[in-house]
Design a protein around this ligand. Structure first.
Ligand code: TRP
Length: 454
């Protein structure tokens, strides 16, 4: 049964604080590590176009829905959905949607932390100067030395998890706001520098841009479309209640539409810049576009090894990437913590120990997927591949579908209209059409197409 909310950490101090925290959640490994490698694996331009369409037609409307549900419900996703459904006289089965979000966040963080650990390892390597003058082969073998050592991956995964859980245990607010305010712009600046370096490769820069922005639909499979859609959810942190939790601390007056659009634009820009920095290097060094999850670790060190001040800027880049991953990691585990604290009467500290330990333990599967467990496959995927597929391609879009149905069909028009409080009636009508028809239809069509492929 739902109970009155125990306030975990009050409201954001301002609209800006919410924007910063939500941007911190959105911008992370998804933009800089995942977007480039899945774009490479799925043939470039056409994939990018579908991804951008998904951000606009699915991502932004669902983000608005999550924020409005969170702000109206004012509790963790499980309770918010439960009480809003009750308010509309609907079935309490909706709380299971909150549940599945808690589960997705936990599954995602288990592998997210292992990748963030790799980025941490790269902070030290880059600052130590090992990449000075490095060749493409050199960069590749340095990466494979890291991932082929389970102990080192495990150690970094452990450091990242401890780091994350300590911060979560202390409550989200203070430190997070500050770090996002300063570190995000710094990350953005280094990305711009990297794009500048990529631009100096001349013809390869043009080739990289063409790969990213010139759609060739013959290279895009049905699976690729699903991956693009799943990634739109992943990169905006949607479909599992993370943004709902943040929304529950949003001041009443803030325009949900404006903040959703601002966050989505910032997030997309970071991903596109990362792609523009990486693909020219891929072509200039005759690397494979489909190199997989190691792509950034095998390409960017080449840039850092050859540009002026590369050791410093490279080390800073990976450090900022770790911070970006960390502000995302917090949002992945926050729904689970909020639920344990509010519903299970567990202290915040204890909730962090329980959830943190469970996530860490599951992360071992991903650690091993890169080395001794490389051959443990199911449906042709490694353990890491399966976790990623299950969460990003299935659970998040499914969660997004249910959130869209909830906001579009379960909640009364009056409720969503009041909560969004959009000044121009036409924009509200567009949102309502998107969330009721376009978003659910798009998700269902992509799913049906994939099932048809099996
Ligand atoms: N969006 C983050 C990234 O791109 C990852 C992330 C944080 C996330 N919170 C989430 C993904 C919630 C899905 C759901 O790195």
């Amino acid at each position: 049964m739902s109970r009155p909310a125990k306030s975990i950490h009050g409201q954001w101090s301002s609209r800006w604080a919410f924007i910063l925290a939500a941007t911190g959640a959105a911008v992370g490994l998804g933009n800089i590590w995942k977007f480039p490698y899945i774009t490479g694996e799925n043939g470039g331009g056409a994939f990018v176009l579908v991804y951008l369409l998904c951000i606009a037609a699915i991502g932004i409307p669902v983000m608005m829905a999550e924020i409005l549900i969170g702000r109206r419900g004012r509790q963790n996703p499980v309770n918010s959905l439960h009480s809003l459904a009750a308010e509309e006289g609907k079935n309490s089965f909706w709380k299971y949607l909150g549940w599945s979000g808690v589960l997705s966040g936990f599954l995602i963080l288990s592998y997210y932390s292992v990748i963030a650990g790799q980025a941490m390892a790269y902070v030290f390597r880059t600052f130590s100067g090992v990449f000075e003058g490095v060749t493409a082969d050199g960069a590749k073998s340095i990466y494979s030395a890291l991932i082929n050592d389970p102990e080192r991956l495990l150690a970094w995964h452990t450091v990242f998890m401890v780091f994350t859980m300590v911060v979560v245990a202390r409550g989200v607010k203070g430190g997070l706001e500050k770090s996002v305010r300063f570190l995000m712009p710094a990350l953005f600046a280094i990305l711009l520098m990297l794009v500048g370096y990529a631009a100096s490769t001349g013809e390869y820069f043009a080739q990289g841009l063409e790969f990213l922005f010139k759609p060739d639909f013959s290279k895009l499979s049905g699976e690729g479309v699903l991956t693009a859609m799943g990634h739109a959810f992943f990169t905006l942190s949607l479909g599992m209640g993370a943004i709902m939790v943040y929304g529950s601390y949003l001041p009443q007056k803030t325009s949900i539409m404006k903040v959703s659009i601002a966050i989505s634009i910032a997030d997309t820009l970071v991903a596109l810049l990362a792609g523009m920095a990486i693909f020219p290097l891929v072509f200039a060094n005759e690397l494979a576009t489909g190199a997989g999850p190691g792509l950034i670790f095998e390409t960017l060190p080449i840039a850092f090894g050859h540009m002026v001040g590369g050791t410093f800027f490279g080390g800073m880049f990976f450090l900022l990437l770790v911070f970006a991953a960390w502000s995302s990691a917090i949002s992945l585990i926050e729904p689970a913590i909020a639920w344990l604290v509010e519903n299970k009467d567990v202290s915040r500290r204890r909730a962090c120990v329980i959830a943190g330990f469970a996530t860490w333990a599951l992360g071992l599967l991903t650690v091993l997927s890169f080395n001794v467990g490389k051959s443990w496959t199911l449906f042709g995927q490694t353990m890491f591949g399966l976790l990623d597929y299950l969460t990003a391609n299935i659970m998040l879009p499914l969660g997004g579908l249910l959130i869209a149905i909830f906001a579009g069909w379960i909640m009364k028009q009056q409720s969503t209209e009041d909560e969004l409080a959009i000044e121009q009636p036409r924009l509200y009508i567009i949102w309502r059409a998107l969330i009721r028809y376009v978003t659910p239809a798009a998700i269902v069509i992509v799913f049906i197409k994939i099932i048809g492929l099996f």
